[in-house]
Design a protein around this ligand. Structure first.
Ligand SMILES: [Zn+2]
Length: 252
C-alpha cells in the first residue's frame, strides 16, 4: 500500500472532526464557492513524517492542512540531503498550485507536524477552477504568497544567522500551534534548516536559558513570543505582511 493510500484509508470520521473552515484558505471562500469544493473534500489524518509526494511523482492529491498540521516542502539534493524550501500550514494548500495534466513534483512534501487536513484529487480541483473564477482567484493569490515565502527563505538561508532562522521557523509553527507545544525534535529542525544537530542544540539552549522557549521530549513550547520575535530576522514578518495584502481575509 502506498503512503497516500494509507493516509486516505485513515480518513477521520466523527463529531470531533474539523469543518472545512479549519483551513483558512477554504474559510476565505464565499459559501457558494465552498459548496463547489465541499463534496470532494475528504478529511484525512496525516501522520508525522508521511511523504505526501516525492520528487517526480504526479501530484494527484491536494492537501489543505487544518489546525497545527504543518507540511514541509523539501528540496532534495543528489546525495540525499534535504532542506526546507517552504512550510505550509492552515493558511494554505499543498499541491494546489500545480499546472494541469501530468504534474511531476519538483520537491518532496513531508508532514512535519501531524494532524488533520482536507484532501481532494488535484484533477478535480483543476476542473472546479475552470468553472469557478472565485476558486481560481483564491488559488492564484495563494500561489503568489507561496512564491513570496520561498523567495524569502532563499534570502534568509543566504543572509541570516542560524539563531534568527531558527526563530523564524518557530514563529511560523507557533502561529499554527497556538498554546499547544510544537511537536518537533532538534534533529528535525537541524535538517530543515540545513545545519548540524549540534548547531541547533546550542541555539535551542540559548533560547531556553533566556526563558524564550522550553524544550521537552520531541516538543518545543514557546514561553515568550515577543522575545522570540525580537530574536528572529525580518523574514517571518515580511511574508506575513505580503500575505495580508494579497489574502486579507485569511491573514486577519
Ligand atoms: Zn531571515
Amino acid at each position: 500500500m502506498t503512503a497516500i493510500a494509507r493516509i486516505v484509508r485513515s480518513a477521520v470520521e466523527g463529531a470531533a472532526a474539523p469543518s472545512p473552515i479549519a483551513n483558512r484558505l477554504l474559510a476565505a471562500l464565499r459559501p457558494d464557492a465552498l459548496a463547489e469544493l465541499s463534496p470532494h473534500l475528504v478529511l484525512v489524518d496525516l501522520p508525522q513524517d508521511a511523504v505526501l509526494f516525492d520528487v517526480g511523482d504526479d501530484v494527484e492529491h491536494t492537501y489543505l492542512p487544518c489546525g497545527p498540521t504543518q507540511v514541509s516542502l523539501l528540496v532534495v539534493t543528489s546525495d540525499g540531503q534535504e532542506i526546507e524550501a517552504a512550510s505550509i500550514g492552515f493558511e494554505g494548500a499543498v499541491g494546489g498550485m500545480v499546472s494541469a495534466g501530468f504534474k511531476p513534483a519538483y520537491g518532496r512534501a513531508v508532514v512535519r507536524v501531524a494532524g488533520h487536513a482536507f484532501c481532494l484529487p488535484t484533477s478535480r480541483l483543476e476542473e472546479i477552477k475552470t468553472r469557478s473564477p472565485v476558486v481560481a482567484d483564491l488559488f492564484d493569490r495563494y500561489a503568489d504568497v507561496f512564491v513570496a515565502q520561498m523567495m524569502q527563505v532563499v534570502a534568509c538561508n543566504a543572509l541570516h544567522p542560524i539563531e534568527q532562522r531558527a526563530c523564524r521557523w518557530l514563529l511560523f509553527a507557533h502561529d499554527r500551534s497556538g498554546d499547544v507545544p510544537i511537536r518537533l525534535t532538534q534533529e528535525t529542525l537541524a535538517q530543515l534548516l540545513g545545519v548540524q544537530r549540534t548547531t541547533i542544540s546550542a541555539v535551542a539552549r540559548g533560547l531556553q536559558d533566556a526563558g524564550i522557549i522550553h524544550i521537552g521530549r520531541g516538543r518545543v513550547e514557546v514561553l515568550d513570543r515577543p522575545a522570540l520575535e525580537k530574536r528572529a530576522c525580518e523574514c517571518h514578518g515580511a511574508v506575513e505582511a505580503h500575505f495580508r495584502k494579497i489574502l486579507p481575509k485569511i491573514a486577519d
